[in-house]
Design a protein around this ligand. Sequence first.
Ligand SMILES: NC(=O)c1ccc[n+]([C@@H]2O[C@H](COP(=O)([O-])OP(=O)(O)OC[C@H]3O[C@@H](n4cnc5c(N)ncnc54)[C@H](O)[C@@H]3O)[C@@H](O)[C@H]2O)c1
Length: 365
Amino acid sequence: MGAFEIAVMGGDGIGPEVTAEAVRALRAVGKRFGHTFTLHERHVGQAAVDVEGAAISEETMALCQRMDAVLFGAVGGTGVGDPHSRTEPMYSLFRLRKDLELFANVRPVRPLPALLGSSTLKRATLRGVDLLVVRELTGGLYYGQPSEIREEPTGLSAVDTMAYTEGEIERIVRYAFELARDRRKQLTSVDKANVLSCSRLWRRVADRVHADYPDVTLRHMLVDACSMALIRNPREFDVVVTENMFGDILTDEASMLTGSLGMLPSASLGARRTRHGQFGLFEPIHGSAPDIAGQGKANPLAAILTTALLLRYSLGLKRAASTVERAVRQVVAAGRRTADIASPGETAISTRAMGDAVVASILSE
Ligand SMILES: NC(=O)c1ccc[n+]([C@@H]2O[C@H](COP(=O)([O-])OP(=O)(O)OC[C@H]3O[C@@H](n4cnc5c(N)ncnc54)[C@H](O)[C@@H]3O)[C@@H](O)[C@H]2O)c1
């Protein structure tokens, strides 16, 4: 029985709705296994701008540094502003990832057998898919400078910068090799080496690091070819490692293998160790979904599955993590569906009702 400290930030749109269900799942785990989770709820995103004047306050940043883990919902609205501005919702995520040195974003993609019919792809394509995308999270186009819109005598122009150091590439590729070693030992490194200098350096570093992992197979793939192969034959992938933006786009695509964006959790991990494991920030891969916010339609399963990653990676509670994943499998096997994963003719239940079903399943084991 352990005692753990977790920062909880629901954020904007459906973020607070799905995070509330994730918190209920966490509390059910606490009750079932006798663990104490002390939760520190804070504002983030537009919600924090409205109350505290910045998308994340310095007090919240300092709190996160002391926690065992951070449970995060989603931030953003319908607008698009510069994420480097303190009053833009996305600033909070950029700041958390950079300051907490969360360089590895791990996104498991495993379609649940009961949901094979929820995907637009054929069942035969999806059966047995079990892949892990490792996205570099603190470099590339998201952080490179300059990044701005400029007024020139000839009119407006814009620039973004993709930049990577050898060290940044090596630590993420090495991390992916380690993960592949514990799985099916196949690593696909995805880049655009036929166009980008960053990708050519990426390839060179991946080949060099490969020498330390002779038991793992390494193949390089161009990102355009990878986006096609992910849909054509997703079973051919074990671990995929790629840079920040390619990973962002490829995992939204990969979410369709599971039926919905509302099914995919993620763990953002860094080098810091806690008393129980690896410090991390855990969030569903989806955004704040303003189109369905406040309507009780959001699928909370991605957020609930993030708690399983949090329990496993940061708190070292493997049994509790498996209990959450089993509960999610059980509720979908029992036919519970939110609107995004309901096939024609199936009744859709609300965010809260889905959370109720998961909590009941966790407690009933
Ligand atoms: N990590 C984050 O906080 C994060 C990630 C992506 C986008 N965003 C932000 O979110 C806002 C909206 O972006 P978007 O609409 O392009 O992406 P989105 O992921 O919010 O939504 C895309 C589509 O998927 C649906 N969807 C997403 N999550 C769902 C869920 N749990 N259940 C059911 N349906 C779900 C939405 O209704 C929408 O139709 C923007 O401000 C964007 O910047 C934030």
